[in-house]
Design a protein around this ligand. Sequence first.
Ligand SMILES: *[C@@H]1O[C@H](CO)[C@@H](O)[C@H](O)[C@H]1NC(C)=O
Length: 203
Amino acid sequence: MSYHLILNKFSSFIGIITLSLFIYSISMDVQQHNWYSVWALLPQDVTEQVKKVMNSLRSELGGPEFEPHVTVVGAIRLTEDEAREKLIKACDGLKAYNMTIEKVDNTGRLFLLHKTPEVMETGAHCWSHFGYKGETPYMPHLSILYGDLSEEEKKRAQEKANALDESIKKSFPITRLALYKTDPEDKALESWEKVSEVTLKSD
Ligand SMILES: *[C@@H]1O[C@H](CO)[C@@H](O)[C@H](O)[C@H]1NC(C)=O
């Protein structure tokens, strides 16, 4: 074989390897990027109380089942490793904090929370660690029902949530932030799952 022929074969070999690596890295990328959110987890007793309210609303108005939570960072596209690392780093600079429920909002689908400095600062701190920019400013809330409701249903949900409101403890500590996989396209929420959880330092 002439020197040129060998060189030709060699460079096409390298070309194929490079191309395969390129395609492989693209496919890995597609596999690894997912939608992740950061949730503040409620204490166990509050979780139980909120679940009862959610079950009651859902039995009348439908919608998917989900774990009670307060979103701190909305859905953002990352690899799992990136997301886990960002959560650990963000929590490193945070302490356990308190939340207080203010009232049921006028759609009957969520409880609004008091925008206390610690709640808002925790949001801002996590947004900056995750490089997240929301379409609207951070609005701390606790969802109790998902799905589109007619005006009539909203009224009914609001009445019902207000009636059940008293069964929920209004102020509680947040000691855990969790990373959840939350694909916004998955309306049944079947793919939503907890990926990791970090306990916040307390004083
Ligand atoms: C949270 O509230 C409890 C009870 O009111 C209080 O003892 C505690 O100091 C508060 N924690 C923070 C971090 O403000």
